[in-house]
Design a protein around this ligand. Structure first.
Ligand code: ATP
Ligand code: MG
Length: 392
């Protein structure tokens, strides 16, 4: 038995003149990922007529390869198909050997056939009738229903082989990773920022990350948690560079010199320009945060306005209109949730004000930070920067 994973790509089809470069990126990613799972010589790969084909040489690896391919952005649907030679005898043999297990617990099925090779001697309706007829004889308890079948068995006659399959899965969707510039993700240990990173990566944006720590107020375990979260994202991106910057000195300066109600806002007014400097160093064109409007005091409309103006590059906040529940649902799907809820301190939860301002006015915030030498503090924080690459 030979099984081939068939994949279709989505929005790429719309990309006109750029289609080829998007397609190449996607093919390169699939090949790189499969090389990791199956070895460079362990699979056949083809891309024809908007369909991508991966055939693992060791058939027992098909399921593992399939799970990996489900996380490649740019693929909208995929399925595991049974490969047959391009003649009716082999198509029937492969269908009868493999398809009954997929349909036997269903109420009804139909067979759909498509020929992209018009030289094939039978027409599509003839193929459907033959395969459908024989399957129905073998599984008489399953009805043939051409209008509302529970399952559609597809026979695709392609250039080199015929492929038979029963049912697709959704792919990861989005655009191929690396097709849309680079963004710097402000990655905390929380639930929202990994989800924000995932959502931007899904649109093809390459992710680098910056994490702010505040040792000794935050612990080594908080840092390990962030590394673990980045590792989860690597299932989609392969690798991520994380920059670590210490905000300890800035936080102590804020604590000692500013009015308590403004602590968090002023801290965030440091985070954004520092992140921007890091972005400039690593050629990222935008910042990405996990903010969601109204979620906490520092994420009201007024609070975001007061912090947003400290960065001049675009700040993307893909969770901005989402409820916590919706964010959690994605966090569970991408496997970051359980790590995110581990109870380690984040620098944002160090020296938190008892009564944070929810409708801050910019002039008052600026007045509250007048005793700080912002530029010197930013420079000193940047001097603490270290980085590491997290890989799958
Ligand atoms: P999250 O679940 O992402 O931590 P949150 O609701 O706890 O979000 P905040 O702590 O106010 O919200 O942080 C808002 C955003 O600021 C985060 O989503 C993240 O992008 C960024 N951020 C917060 N803390 C850090 C940190 N220590 N390092 C890097 N970015 C941070
Ligand atoms: Mg947080």
């Amino acid at each position: 038995m030979t099984r081939t994973i068939l994949m279709k790509y989505g929005e790429l089809i719309l990309k006109g003149a750029n289609k080829r470069s998007f397609e190449k990126l996607l093919c390169d990613r699939i090949k790189a990922r499969m090389t990791r799972v199956l070895g460079a010589q362990g699979f056949e790969f083809e891309c024809m007529q908007s369909t991508l084909y991966v055939t693992p040489k060791d058939d027992s690896m098909v399921e593992e390869a399939y799970e990996d391919l489900k996380r490649i952005f740019g693929i909208v649907s995929l399925c595991i198909s049974y490969r047959a030679e391009k003649n009716m005898e082999d198509i029937l043999r492969v269908s009868l050997e493999n398809i009954p297990k997929h349909i036997k617990n269903c109420r009804s099925f139909k067979v759909d056939a498509r020929r992209s090779d018009k030289q094939f001697p039978l027409t599509s309706p003839q193929i459907m009738a033959e395969v459908g007829g024989e399957l129905s004889e073998l599984c008489p308890e399953v009805k043939v229903d051409v209008v509302h079948p529970e399952i559609v068995v597809r026979v695709e006659i392609r250039e080199k082989y015929a492929y038979i399959h029963a049912g697709n899965d959704h792919g990861a969707g989005g655009m191929p990773y690396l097709s849309n510039g680079r963004g710097l993700l402000l990655l905390s240990g929380g639930i929202d920022s990994p989800v924000a990173g995932y959502m931007m990566a899904k649109r093809g944006v390459e992710i680098e990350a910056v994490h702010f720590e505040s040792f000794p107020y935050t612990s080594e375990r908080a840092k390990e948690k962030v590394i673990a979260l980045a590792k989860c994202l690597c299932k989609y991106t392969d690798k991520i560079r994380i920059h670590f910057v210490s905000l300890t000195e800035i936080q102590e300066a804020i604590r000692d010199n500013c009015e308590e109600d403004y602590f968090t806002l002023i801290l965030r007014r440091f985070m954004m320009p520092i992140a921007q400097r890091v972005a400039e160093k690593c050629n990222a064109q935008a910042l990405i945060t996990g903010e969601s409007i109204g979620q906490v005091a520092s994420q009201t409309m007024s609070a975001i306005a007061v912090t947003d103006c400290t960065a001049t590059i675009p700040v993307f906040r893909p969770c901005i209109g989402m409820d916590k529940e919706e964010i959690v649902e994605i966090a569970r799907k991408i496997d970051t949730f359980e790590t995110s809820i581990l109870p380690y301190e984040d620098c944002c939860t160090v020296f938190t004000p008892r009564h944070p301002r929810t409708k801050p006015q910019l002039e008052k915030v600026i007045r509250a930070e007048k005793n700080l030498d912002r530029e010197a503090l930013i420079e000193k924080a940047l001097d603490t920067m270290t980085d590491m690459v997290v890989e799958l």
